[in-house]
Design a binder for this molecule. Structure first.
Ligand SMILES: Cc1cc2nc3c(=O)[nH]c(=O)nc-3n(C[C@H](O)[C@H](O)[C@H](O)COP(=O)(O)OP(=O)(O)OC[C@H]3O[C@@H](n4cnc5c(N)ncnc54)[C@H](O)[C@@H]3O)c2cc1C
Length: 578
């Protein structure tokens, strides 16, 4: 296996030449220039490459274990967590009011990419902790915030998100966990949750679960769900958190990948919890956490694809097989074969384009949080909401496909364990499923996000792309993206107001088409920036942009045709016919 090399040169290029980072920060009154941002990323990259990547393989082989009811994470994880938190990485973009460093979310997003690349199982701990902090900050009482936010923001404590039950996955209306009011301001939470990531661990400190449950008088359905903060340890008389709450790990799920990550069956037996937000409005509060997690999960797809690419490119330069096209006498490195280059270019076209698009979305999130003007905040927020299902689903689909292609570059050596490629494939797979399956993300895009403001938000996004493409001076990538955008506009018009079945039948293809165009837009921006100076870095960018224009964007026509065909064959069959 080769090591992991953080993509700092690419981050620098994006900060300086593509995303106008300094101008964006200036507008938000945040004092950080591109050099400082790149230095922060460089330091974060060292931690990922030198501390998290080396324990990734053993983490997979050893896995987390349940010993006497307590989770033991694999060797090195607890030490790595403490180093991660004490060096300030947990609090990077956290709210300064609670001890956070208040750095731009853009840096957090790229730190997430590097963590996912180096060690996906580890990256879930800080991701869930951050999501819990955001939900508490947005919806909890001042006293809960004062108690729980400082240690969560610093990483002294961690967070977990407990929604899923055996009978309630996508459809949370079916959940049965109960919360009974006790004396005072708290509740007794009783029920079983399954699949709870980071539900327990041996890092020390408290574990703060955000649990969805029903009050005794709750109306049926999603309108009867409330949100509760349920800590593993309760406060004792001296103010320390030493008293075990009534919750326990029933089992660890045995699963395909992310073996180091403890995915817990959690039993809450009258566990004491405090309500976060309003009664019966818990799902809305939980969405603060889920939206943050969805972006992070999308970035997991990107991170794994980038790491798998590095391994595949390294191997392709060393593995000797076959003769060159001009008939060399000796075997050549497989990187000389056009088909191997095709696979690598496919992955690279996704990785670098998605890295840029993820960065653009992160800057919108920074605007949504920090812009002085309420109108600008609302506009940025609407764009983030539109793009969130696209990032979650498309990045994880492309991420998994990229991991498989990178594995393919290794031939049989990718299938056996030695090179670690099969771990990337297994680990990447979950990101398509959790945080709302990708099919459900596609439905969210088509049925909830497209109609926002009568379709004005999505039109505004398309107009933004069109305006940028018009500046790109006729480069192939701009022309092909513009053509694909025209198909996307047609598909969008066809889906506006479509019934749920018609939309559901094509939503996944629509989301893919949307993502191809959005990533093409970023490639057009990158190609424009790279055309200014004739360096090796820029030449590579321009070649990958051309590949994306001719070989990837060409899929847009087929996707649009399928969407516009109005096929109803899915509805012709009875359930028995399947
Ligand atoms: C490793 C792992 C970690 C997880 N971590 C957490 C966690 O930390 N916290 C937590 O609460 N949960 C967690 N989950 C749960 C995860 O979010 C759910 O598994 C996921 O949301 C899907 O729910 P389900 O498994 O019940 O599938 P189902 O909801 O039964 O879905 C099955 C299939 O039907 C489709 N489907 C369902 N409803 C619809 C619909 N309305 N329209 C179209 N298609 C539909 C789905 O797309 C899917 O293909 C985790 C799961 C795993 C495997």
């Amino acid at each position: 296996m080769y090591g992991y090399i953080p993509p700092i040169d690419d981050y620098r290029f994006l900060l300086r030449d593509v995303l106008s980072f300094e101008a964006a920060m200036g507008e938000l009154g945040m004092e950080i220039d591109a050099d400082l941002a790149a230095t922060v990323l460089e330091e974060a990259g060292k931690l990922c490459a030198e501390r998290l990547h080396p324990i990734n393989r053993e983490g997979d082989e050893h896995g987390s274990r349940l010993v006497d009811g307590n989770v033991q994470t694999p060797p090195g994880f607890a030490e790595a967590w403490r180093e991660f938190a004490s060096s300030g990485w947990a609090s990077l973009a956290g709210d300064p009011a609670y001890g956070g460093q208040g750095l731009p979310f853009l840096l957090q997003l790229w730190l997430d990419e590097m963590m996912a690349a180096a060690n996906l199982s580890f990256g879930l701990f800080p991701g869930l902790t951050r999501g819990a902090s955001e939900a508490i900050a947005a919806h909890a009482s001042e006293s809960l915030k004062a108690t729980y936010l400082p240690p969560l923001v610093s990483g002294e404590w961690t967070g977990a998100m407990a929604l899923t039950e055996s009978g309630a996955g996508t459809d949370l209306a079916l959940l049965k966990t109960k919360a009974e009011p006790r004396d005072g301001d708290n509740y007794a939470v009783t029920g079983q949750k399954i699949f709870i990531s980071s539900g327990d661990h041996d890092f020390g400190g408290n574990i703060v679960h955000l649990v969805l449950a029903r009050l005794p008088d709750a109306p049926a359905g999603v309108k009867g769900i409330s949100l509760f903060l349920v800590p593993k340890f309760l406060r004792d008389a001296d103010g320390g958190f030493t008293i075990r709450n009534g919750m326990s790990v029933g089992a660890l799920e045995k699963k395909m990948g992310i073996h180091a990550q403890p995915t817990c069956v959690m039993n809450y037996d009258g566990a004491i919890g405090w309500m976060v937000g309003e009664p019966h409005r818990g799902l809305a509060a939980m969405f603060t956490m889920m939206n943050a997690e969805r972006l992070m999960v999308g970035i997991q797809g990107l991170g794994i694809a980038g790491a798998a690419y590095q391994q595949a490119a390294g191997y392709a330069k060393e593995r000797l097989q076959g003769r060159s096209a001009d008939g060399s006498a000796n075997p050549v490195a497989i990187i000389e074969h056009a088909d191997v280059r095709r696979m690598l270019l496919h992955i690279r076209g996704f990785v670098e384009g998605a890295r840029a698009l993820g960065g653009w979305v992160a800057l919108q999130l920074d605007r949504a949080h920090h812009h002085a003007d309420a109108g600008a905040r609302a506009k940025a927020d609407a764009l983030v909401a539109l793009l969130t299902p696209v990032v979650k689903a498309a990045f994880t689909d492309f991420g998994f496909e990229s991991a498989v292609q990178a594995q393919q570059v290794f031939g049989g050596h990718g299938y056996i364990r030695e090179w670690g490629m099969e771990q990337y494939v297994r680990d990447a797979r979950i990101a398509q499923i959790y945080e709302g399956t990708n099919g459900v993300q596609a439905m969210d895009l088509v049925s909830r996000k497209l109609p926002v403001a009568g379709g004005a938000v999505v039109q505004e996004f398309f107009d933004l792309i069109a305006a940028d493409l018009a500046q790109a001076g006729g480069a192939a990538i701009a022309v092909r993206t513009d053509e694909a955008l025209a198909r996307l506009r047609e598909a969008t018009a066809a889906l506006q107001g479509a019934d749920i079945d018609t939309a559901g039948a094509v939503a996944t293809d629509y989301l893919r088409l949307f993502a191809l165009v959005a990533i093409g837009w970023m490639w057009a921006r990158m190609a424009t920036a790279a055309a200014h100076e004739d360096t090796a870095f820029n030449k590579t960018k321009l070649a990958v942009a051309d590949f994306y224009a001719s070989r990837v964007l060409s899929q847009a026509t087929g996707l649009a045709e399928g969407i516009l065909a109005g096929d109803r064959s899915f509805a012709r069959l009875s359930a028995e016919a399947f």
